[in-house]
Design a protein around this ligand. Sequence first.
Ligand code: SF4
Ligand code: SF4
Length: 380
Amino acid sequence: MISENKVSYYKADSYLEEEITECVRKIFDDISADDILKNAKKIVIKPNLVIRRGPDACSTTHPMMLTAVMKQLEKYDARKIIVESPGGFFNEAILKGLYKTTGFEDAAKNSGCELNFDVESITIPSKRHGVISEFNVLREFEGADVIINLCKLKTHTLTTMSAASKNMYGAIPGLQKFELHARFPEIERFSSMVLELTETLAPAINIVDAVYGMEGNGPNNGTARFFGGIFGSRSPFVCDVVCRDYLGLPENSVEMLDVANQMGLCPKTVGEITLVGDLEEYKKRKLKDLKMPDTKKLNLITTFTQGFGGRFRRFLESRPVAMKDCKGCGKCADFCPAKAIKIVKGKAKIDREACIKCYCCQELCPFGLMGIKRFGIFDL
Ligand code: SF4
Ligand code: SF4
């Protein structure tokens, strides 16, 4: 039984304060956010600050989204704190740089929101006990009366799409994310684990920054694109079904949402969801030509080998390959959960047998020099 089955959408043409604030205000009204917030003593805001880049790169939640959310929270006498962990090494100095570069330092200061610098974690039991029994999450999630999931709409080389459900993976501290990739190398089990985490943390207000998002090899190495809207819902899973539709992606194209449906967290189709807000604009702005990640493009080779398993299929699938300008800095090797990367003659070299195709290396290369090699040239 899906208890929260409503999604609110408003068009937005820019990150101008008045425009974003008005959209977020309407979303808060639509989802009756006051009922959720009125008795809260501690509100944790979880943005997507996956990498230290400026807002124009569109890898991260735009800081104006925080300004707009904080405006709605002004009347609540609660502690409000941003809690986030990027991928990779993680300490106070890294967090400081992250907040500054992404624009969250200024947005937090100007709106009176606290920034978390505590990198310690706590262990919490999984609510579902499905594929995992417990999680280590950042300590500041402890005691949160309300979690606001303030995410970004993007394509993703591993999960096809990143929005509300995937964003809560950032609650896992730094390098521990890679350990979980190694424990859950298959996309279905990885999706189940992330969904269990999101279900356990239970963000009650989910706002998706889809004014500008990313297409292609997201979450960090794609291309910024105007998407033109903001979404909100009490349910991260239901919200993502609508986001998938808005991106023009068909049913069954996002594995995590198929798994979420099997887990009873969201309906299968957008038609089963109550959508409110700028409905005409939603139809007009819905994308028809989203550029997919290279890992998810269909070609004749991958299509004709659907039935093949094992090494033959693995050989034909897309895979990460360092580009010729690779600087040999070794960051990808440090993060690789399968320990599949070595630096040979100043370049990253990947052991194809060991690689689990999590694409962490592609996501986290600071120079964008880990590419994706596709076997076929026969794109469909
Ligand atoms: S692919 Fe990127 S992270 Fe890896 S060694 Fe080359 S430059 Fe460094
Ligand atoms: S080489 Fe890259 S894709 Fe393969 S397991 Fe390592 S980090 Fe993941």
